[in-house]
Every structure is written in structure tokens, then in C-alpha cells.
Design a protein around this ligand. Structure first.
Ligand SMILES: CC(C)(COP(=O)(O)OP(=O)(O)OC[C@H]1O[C@@H](n2cnc3c(N)ncnc32)[C@H](O)[C@@H]1OP(=O)(O)O)[C@@H](O)C(=O)NCCC(=O)NCCS
Length: 173
């Protein structure tokens, strides 16, 4: 997997906690994310207190500065069944960089590579799914560079999305 740009500070992922709530609300409302987010209501104030075993909420830090968010779910077990009927042993990822000045500097690729490794840590996980909006062509390129391939267009709620998939056999750590 190719990294677009090498950031000069290290990127790490840590679990999100209730202390991150204000930051998550601010990021959710950030204008630079409006074209990427779709219409989902993440119910941050309630959900931040929950740690279901089918979900990880992670904060990405560049050095010690929180810059972005990653959600990893098991789409089969996720409680709203957002992904509908799907095979077992998958993961699905959502990602965004909340701090506008940190976009396009290579941090996202590092966040994704760590998230992918986390998804594939359990040996039974066979593939990872992503569902960017159909209009988010820059995100499509970003995922393709990380090894994801286009599967199909699919509508989730009111959002027209493209489904992408990375199979374990195609993963290049
Ligand atoms: C997508 C995202 C996580 C990528 O992280 P990043 O650190 O900006 O990306 P990198 O610097 O590692 O790589 C650059 C690539 O990211 C993508 N990218 C950069 N800015 C972007 C933006 N505002 N929106 C979507 N993708 C973007 C492009 O593919 C870019 O390559 P390009 O310059 O050839 O178009 C980040 O840009 C972001 O949070 N974008 C807004 C939210 C979003 O689109 N999330 C994905 C929803 S599915």
C-alpha cells in the first residue's frame, strides 16, 4: 500500500472516551466534512458512553494532537443492521479527519493502514468494507490507493454510496 505523503509526526489510534464528546460534535459539524458525511445521525452524546463489542470508536492522534476519527464495526452484528444481510467475519470502516488543516498531508493513509491492520488482526476476518458517498470521488481514489476495489453502487437510507472492499488476500501490510 502506497502512502501519498509521509507525515513528519507519528500517527496513533486510541479508543474514544466521553472526554472526546465536544471534539466529536465539533468535527461532525465541520464544514469541510459536509460533503462526505451523508445523513446519518451518530447520536454522539448517547453512543459515546457505550462500548458494544461489535464496534470500536478510535481517535487518531498526530503526535499528541487529536485529528480524526475511525469507526470499525462488525457489519453482521451492528445493531441497526445498516449493511443488511451480509456474510460473517467482515469489518466495515468509517474515517474522517476532523481538523481541516490536517487534511491532505498523509495522515489519513496512516490512519487507514493502522485500522486495516486492526481489522485483520483476528485471523477469521476475511474482508473490510467501506461505503463512501458516490459523489466523494477523492475518497474513492484514496481507498483505491490503499488496495480497496469497487464492488457496487448501493443506497443506504437516502445516501447514494459506492461499496468498496479489501479482501485479506489482497492486503499488503
Ligand atoms: C479521506 C481522508 C480521511 C483522507 O485522509 P488525508 O490525510 O486527507 O489523505 P492523504 O493525505 O493520506 O491522501 C491524500 C488523498 O486523500 C484524499 N482526500 C484529500 N482530501 C480529501 C477530502 N477533502 N475529501 C475526500 N478525500 C480527500 C484524496 O484521495 C487525496 O489524494 P489526491 O490529492 O490525489 O486527490 C480525509 O481527506 C478526510 O477526512 N476527508 C473528508 C472526509 C471524508 O471524505 N471521509 C471519507 C468518507 S467515506
Amino acid at each position: 500500500m502506497q502512502t501519498h505523503i509521509a507525515p513528519d509526526v507519528s500517527v496513533s489510534l486510541r479508543p474514544a472516551t466521553p472526554a472526546d464528546l465536544d471534539r466529536m460534535l465539533r468535527w461532525s459539524a465541520a464544514p469541510h466534512l459536509a460533503a462526505a458525511g451523508g445523513d446519518d445521525d451518530w447520536a454522539w452524546p448517547e453512543e459515546i458512553h457505550k462500548t458494544p463489542d461489535w464496534r470500536e470508536w478510535l481517535i487518531a492522534e498526530a503526535g499528541s494532537r487529536p485529528i480524526g476519527f475511525i469507526q470499525i464495526i462488525d457489519p453482521l452484528r451492528e445493531e441497526t443492521h445498516y449493511w443488511g444481510d451480509c456474510e460473517p467475519n467482515l469489518r466495515a470502516i468509517d474515517i474522517w479527519i476532523g481538523e481541516p488543516d490536517m487534511i491532505g498531508k498523509g495522515f489519513g493513509a496512516h490512519m487507514m493502514r493502522q485500522a486495516i491492520a486492526r481489522c485483520f488482526a483476528p485471523p477469521e476476518v476475511t474482508a473490510i468494507l467501506i461505503d463512501p458517498l458516490a459523489t466523494n470521488t477523492r475518497a474513492h481514489r484514496f481507498y483505491e490507493r490503499l488496495g480497496f476495489t469497487f464492488v457496487e453502487p448501493r443506497t443506504f437510507g437516502d445516501d447514494a454510496c459506492f461499496v468498496y472492499r479489501l479482501n485479506r488476500k489482497d492486503w499488503r501490510p
